[in-house]
Design a protein around this ligand. Structure first.
Ligand SMILES: NC(=O)c1ccc[n+]([C@@H]2O[C@H](COP(=O)([O-])OP(=O)(O)OC[C@H]3O[C@@H](n4cnc5c(N)ncnc54)[C@H](OP(=O)(O)O)[C@@H]3O)[C@@H](O)[C@H]2O)c1
Length: 265
């Protein structure tokens, strides 16, 4: 059996809810085996059970805290112990916090950088050499429309997503002559637990403009399979992203501060 006959294995971080859980269904629908990672074991098991019921694929769950320095290494060791190779890495785990930076909890800001930036980078660095050696698969990084403007009142979150976007684009260029695909999925508001966890969910504006995680995941999956560089679901989100390219940075900052300020009221 050649390597290409072996079923694809996809690692999805942050698969216990929202976009990650929805992406699990998208990949499984096309016959990929899955490794689902996040902190909450019960929720991961529920997602895994739903996928197994719907599709004839192997699904493993690995509970891991990616805010811990040793989290990415532990995840990769657990995958190796299962004798699995990761063909596609979906770096989706992430969270944000609404509020003034100076008044925020330092441990939470640092944990955000650990999950959104450090773990994403380390997992990519650990898994990429094998992907290159096998010559197939790729990386789908979940960025955000927040990657493009500065984000007063969610300063670290926006900055973390700017990193994800820049890192993804640079990696895509470095890997352009390989069979690997690197894409970023940059959603606007999504109706997931993110809203309540970050503190932005109470605002009607967020609710009214949210897309269901299933819609966002389907667009991300389709875009990744087609080899798109960046996938931003929703015409208004695409326009918004385009506008931030032309506006002066401080004008963008002012607009974002106004929107986020209303969420704080
Ligand atoms: N919702 C939005 O409006 C929106 C917009 C643009 C981009 N995004 C991005 O989309 C991605 C998915 O978010 P979502 O909207 O689907 O929200 P969500 O339902 O809250 O999902 C976040 C996922 O990340 C996991 N996670 C958080 N902290 C973790 C940690 N320390 N270790 C391991 N896993 C951790 C969570 O699992 P556990 O709690 O079980 O660990 C959960 O599975 C995030 O990167 C987010 O920044 C969201």
């Amino acid at each position: 059996m050649s390597d290409l006959d072996v079923r694809e294995t996809v690692l999805i971080t942050g698969a216990s809810s929202g976009i990650g859980a929805a992406l699990a269904h998208c990949f499984a629908a096309d016959g990929a085996d899955l490794i689902l990672a996040a902190r909450r074991r019960i929720e991961l098991e529920q997602v895994a059970a739903g996928v197994r019921e719907a599709f004839d694929v192997r699904v493993e769950v690995i509970p891991v805290d990616l805010s811990k320095t040793e989290g990415p290494a532990e995840l990769c060791q657990a995958i190796a112990a299962m004798q699995l190779n990761v063909d596609v890495l979906v770096n989706n785990a992430g969270f944000g916090i609404l509020g003034q930076f100076a008044e925020s909890k330092r441990s939470l800001q640092m944990a955000m950088i650990a999950v959104n930036v450090a773990a994403l980078t380390e997992l990519t660095h650990r898994l990429l050499p094998d992907m290159l050696q096998r010559g197939r698969g790729g990386i789908l990084n979940v960025s955000s429309v927040a990657a493009f403007p500065p984000g007063p009142l969610m300063a670290v979150y926006y900055a973390s997503k700017a990193y994800v976007q820049s890192f993804s684009d640079a990696l895509r260029y470095e890997l352009r002559e390989t069979p690997l695909t690197v894409s970023s999925l940059a959603p606007g508001p999504v109706a997931s637990e993110f809203a309540s966890r970050s503190g932005i969910g109470s605002l009607g504006v967020f609710d009214r403009n949210s897309l269901p995680p299933e819609v966002v995941a389907a667009a991300g999956y389709r875009g990744f399979r087609r080899g798109k560089r960046n996938i931003t679901p929703g015409i208004f989100n695409r326009w918004g992203t385009l506008a931030t390219r032309w506006l002066p940075r401080m004008t963008s900052a002012k607009i974002v501060a106004k929107i986020q300020g209303r969420k704080l009221e």
